[in-house]
Design a protein around this ligand. Structure first.
Ligand code: DUC
Ligand code: ZN
Ligand code: ZN
Ligand code: ZN
Length: 482
């Protein structure tokens, strides 16, 4: 079966041009003029872009005494409704659990995905088994390893563990990721705030100031450089972290930064809301910041010092958020955003002139496909690429509302925001997965996307080599010790 997308304006990370796209089965066969096929989609007046890739989601995540409410079914449905055709979720081994066993569990959970997915493996503990399992994980198609520098007592790893894992990543051609917040300082601030009677959701933000993120980002960068490996920093929310990334890149280090659509558009004033539920629903880590930090993130996307916009989609219901009434440290951390990432970024970025359309495609799809080594199968409109496409209506408008969302939760952090620019049709490997508000992809239609190691970025910098392979100095005389 062939399908032609006719008369649209194709927008990629590099170019904007008129052309028809011929799809044969699951992949793009040709791009040209006056193409025909068994079926036709009229895209006149629309933009045709690579489907969004969200490299940061947590479906059914076991966390803070509960599980995030969107699973791979509702979560990937939300993605498709918002023009996102691939998500990358985090596999989280329990303490002492082998990585391959955990990976099998995540494959089980993802069996009901409606769109394509991939995994990052989290290093949640360190030992011989983890060391031995890491190459097996890479062989199983997962080339990235996540490290939590926060969540002391649960997910957090220490510097020695992180350094060991980063060195292992360097050997394997894998990419380490970090959640960069100083978990010790956060834990200390949390206790101080609680002791002073600050138990509301606003204290969540006070306990995680930009300093804890900037410090951890810089530390992770220096450890990565010492290990000789590139680094990807998830959810960069503030200038302190962005500054460390800029500095590293300017020195030639391969460090990548990922702001979230939430941090770009929502600010810390949300935590001052008089309604407890309103504030608690916005509790995530890192927390929302002020306008100056938002400006820093936008500037980074435009100038290239930040490369990817993600969501960290980790949705909890209002009822789950209320586990933290009387103690903000027990509010499950996380917000949704998968369905809204593209429309909100288009509205607040492209329509305001902060991003070009080509930059929009780069930061929502193409850049991460390259970083994660799935380009050009994903993130591209080229012959041979998977036909993961979004047909984008730049004139369509809606007011974001939980009442009409695909996500399973009972609210939306973007509630009431008016967006202009929405998907009309989302195609997943050549099939119409979502069209005009109707979800067509079935449970289980999504497939696991293997990402081989040896990404184009396989070694980092600079001065580390001498230190990693130290040369012993021969001396003519050594004084007697005391
Ligand atoms: N931050 C969140 O807000 N939720 C999930 C994990 C994380 O790091
Ligand atoms: Zn569980
Ligand atoms: Zn995180
Ligand atoms: Zn996350």
């Amino acid at each position: 079966m062939t399908l032609v997308i006719k008369g649209g304006t194709i927008v990629t990370a590099d170019r904007t041009y008129r052309g028809d796209i011929l799809i044969d089965g699951e992949t793009i066969a040709r791009i040209g003029e006056d193409l025909s096929g068994d079926e036709t989609i009229d895209a006149s007046g629309a933009y045709v872009m690579p489907g969004g890739i969200d490299p940061h989601t947590h479906m059914e995540m076991p966390f803070m005494g509960t599980h995030s409410a969107d699973d791979f079914d509702t979560g990937t449905a939300a993605g498709l409704a918002g023009g996102t055709t691939m998500t990358v979720d985090f596999c989280l081994p329990a303490p002492g659990q082998g990585l391959i066993e955990a990976l099998q569990e995540w494959h089980q959970k993802a069996g009901k995905a409606r769109a394509d997915y991939s995994f990052h493996m989290a290093i949640t503990w360190w030992g011989q088994q983890v060391f031995d399992d890491m190459p097996k994980v890479v062989a199983a198609g997962v080339n990235s390893f996540k490290h939590f520098m926060a969540y002391k007592g649960s997910l957090m790893v220490n510097d020695d563990e992180m350094f060991a894992s980063f060195q292992r990543c360097a050997e394997l051609g894998a990419l380490p990721l970090v959640h960069a917040e100083n978990g010790d300082v956060v834990a200390s601030l949390q206790q101080r705030l609680l002791a002073a009677g600050n138990d509301g959701p606003e204290a969540h933000a006070y306990s995680r100031p930009p300093q804890v993120e900037g410090e951890a980002t810089n530390r992770a960068i220096m450890i990565a450089d010492q290990a000789g490996v590139p680094l990807y920093v998830v959810h960069v929310s503030c200038e302190e972290s962005h500054e460390a990334i800029r500095r590293a890149r300017q020195k030639g280090m391969r460090v990548f930064g990922e702001p979230l659509i939430q941090h770009l558009t929502l600010d810390e004033g949300e935590y001052a809301h008089a309604d407890w539920d309103h504030a608690a629903r916005r509790v995530m880590s890192p927390p929302f910041r002020d306008k100056a930090n938002q400006d820093s993130l936008w500037a980074g996307l435009a100038s290239g010092s930040l490369q990817v916009v993600a969501t960290d989609h980790c949705a909890f219901t209002s009822e789950q958020k209320r586990y933290g009434v009387g103690d903000f440290t027990k509010i499950p951390n996380g917000t949704g955003g998968l369905e809204d990432r593209l429309p909100v970024l288009w509205t607040k970025g492209v329509r305001t002139g902060r991003l070009t359309m080509n930059e929009f495609v780069a930061v929502t799809s193409t850049n991460i496909a390259k970083i994660l080594n799935v380009y050009p199968r994903k993130g591209a409109i080229l012959p041979g690429a998977d036909a993961d496409l979004v047909i984008w209506d730049p004139a369509a408008t809606k007011t974001i509302s939980a009442a009409s969302q695909a996500s399973a939760i009972d609210y939306n952090v973007f509630e009431g925001i008016e967006v202009t620019g929405l998907p009309a049709i989302t195609l997943s490997r050549g099939r119409i997965a979502w069209r005009d508000g109707e979800l067509r992809a079935g449970k289980g239609d999504g497939r696991f996307v293997e990402r081989p190691a040896g990404a184009p970025i396989s070694k980092a910098l600079s001065t580390w080599k001498e230190l990693v392979a130290p040369r012993k100095v021969e001396r003519s005389g050594i004084p007697a010790g005391v």
